[in-house]
Design a protein around this ligand. Structure first.
Ligand SMILES: *Cc1c(COP(=O)(O)O)cnc(C)c1O
Length: 482
């Protein structure tokens, strides 16, 4: 079959182009209705309009050059300084804005690697101790940087198990990681204790506060009892905190912060033997969009500390309402003891992923997690006024699942893998069973039914074929079949 040309000879009218994009966008999940928990963090209308105006001002500017665009360098420096204050970094604290949590984590691990190299240039094997609950970005970074990962198991409370940590540390250990909080369970690892160990053994210690960095400090200001995780703990070397999550910046902004400038220098890259002249860059990116840093700066200034505290308070109240409502339904339980507005709930009585499907049919979008099988919440501004509506629908959905369950028995492991695959690319699992069929299915009154896909997972026997399946998704999703 001859491949159709996608890049047309003739240009198209703006109206036509807008039409095409609007049409494609119809397939996207809607979040503006407040029914999506996670993925999107959007602030109030006034702040949104402010961010839109600022985005237009920086659409084409380039953050690569501080000399041509000093305003962007200034905005970045101020955002970093505000974050350093919030996380109790001393006057020596220094950091950079990156494109997201994954890049912040990659930068921390590169810094840790180069720090270790500086101490011992002979060291061939470098190990990073990563709690099982830590974000996959740590494994991704280790993969990129040639570092070996060592998994720290979790205790019954889903926090990193300290009793095992000592046994994992050896001469190869160059770095330890903790989360504040973890994505899956919303619990904070024992950062204080880990910091002590890191300090004693002189191991680089990174705290992943991508979620908590712009939330936990405001909880503390509100007088909530929260676990400490920041630079007040002596062993902490660096912290990641996402601006595009609870700081409500537009996507593409995170902070990587170091205890001191000397450590930050190990992140930078310089190349001076080039016909183009001297080249220096702070992060992965070369040319950089100015919008993310400018909108993040705008949001921090728009809210101020008081505004952040107020929003944190409202978000906590909404999360508490959700947890209480969920807990009052027999058979549903909150996983572990989540500290903020990120948590999961599970069930010993009903199939939790089927419940996710039922909720989806009612317009609610929740992520699902694997261990334990559970549905996942990140509560943010757009959800605040939709909590009661959710709890009403949840009751209905539970009843619907109970009814359906009587007629359907499925293998628990199949379900787990199937739903995980679904979560990666909802609707795209279908590429394996024919895009056309799936398209029809998706247009089938918009009803989601992930159990359709469980069959595919049934053929899988081990983790390596699961890796293969996910690799196939990635390969398929970003390939244009005309
Ligand atoms: C979101 C997140 C990350 C990764 O951040 P991205 O912005 O998606 O790259 C890392 N850690 C935690 C805890 C997160 O929630």
């Amino acid at each position: 079959m001859k491949k159709q040309k996608i890049f047309q000879l003739k240009g198209r009218f703006p109206s036509e182009i807008l039409g095409s994009i609007r049409e494609m966008k119809e397939a996207d999940s809607s979040w503006a209705n407040g029914k999506m928990f996670g993925f999107v963090y959007s602030p109030c209308n006034e702040a949104t309009e402010l961010m839109q105006q600022i985005s237009l001002m920086y659409l084409f500017d380039n953050g690569l050059s501080a000399s041509h665009f000093p305003s962007l360098a200034r905005l970045e420096t101020e955002v970093v300084a505000m974050t350093a204050e919030l996380l109790n970094g001393g006057i020596e604290a220094a950091g950079t804005v990156t494109s997201g949590g994954s890049e912040s984590i990659l930068m921390a691990m590169k810094t840790a690697r180069d720090h270790a190299r500086g101490k011992n240039p002979e060291q061939a094997v470098m190990e990073v101790i990563i709690p099982r609950s830590a974000h996959p970005a740590f494994h991704k970074a280790a993969h990129f940087l040639g570092l070996r990962t060592v998994t720290l198991p979790l205790g019954a409370d889903y926090r990193a198990d300290l009793s095992v940590l000592h046994n994992l540390i050896n001469d190869c250990t160059i770095m330890m990681v903790g989360s504040a909080p973890s994505y899956s369970h919303g619990v904070v690892d024992p950062i204080e204790e880990m910091g002590l160990i890191a300090n004693e053994r002189e191991i680089y210690f990174h705290v992943d506060a991508c979620l908590g960095g712009f939330f936990l400090p405001f909880m503390e200001m509100l007088g909530c009892k929260t676990p400490r995780f920041d630079f007040r703990i002596p062993g902490v070397t660096s912290i990641s905190a996402d601006l595009h999550k609870y700081a409500y910046g537009s996507k593409g902004a995170s902070i990587i912060l170091y205890r001191n400038r000397e450590m930050r220098r190990k992140q930078f890259f310089v190349h001076c033997d080039w016909p183009g002249g001297l080249y220096g860059s702070t992060t992965i990116q070369g040319s950089r969009n100015g919008v993310p840093v400018a909108t993040a700066w705008a949001m921090l200034n728009y809210q101020g500390i008081e505004g952040c505290m107020e929003l944190t308070n409202k978000t906590l109240l909404a999360a508490e309402g959700l947890k209480k409502g969920i807990g009052s339904i027999p058979g549903l339980t909150i996983v572990g003891e989540p500290v903020m507005s990120v948590f999961s709930f599970t069930s010993s009585k009903i199939d939790i992923y089927s419940l996710g499907d039922e909720l989806k049919n009612r317009g609610w979008i929740l992520d699902s997690i694997a261990e334990p099988p559970a549905l996942h919440f990140i509560v943010s501004y757009q959800n605040l006024t939709h909590i009661d509506e959710f709890l009403d629908d949840l009751q209905d959905a539970v009843i619907a699942v109970k009814k359906a369950q009587k007629t359907k028995i499925a293998n628990a492991i199949e379900r787990k893998i199937g739903a995980q695959a679904m979560k990666l690319f909802p609707g795209m699992v279908s590429s394996l069973i024919g895009r056309k069929a799936a398209h029809n299915n998706m247009n089938n009154g918009g009803r989601e039914n992930s159990s359709v896909f469980y069959g595919i997972a049934a053929s899988l026997e081990n983790k390596s074929s699961l890796n293969g399946l996910v690799m196939d998704f990635l390969d398929e999703v970003y390939f244009l079949n005309l």
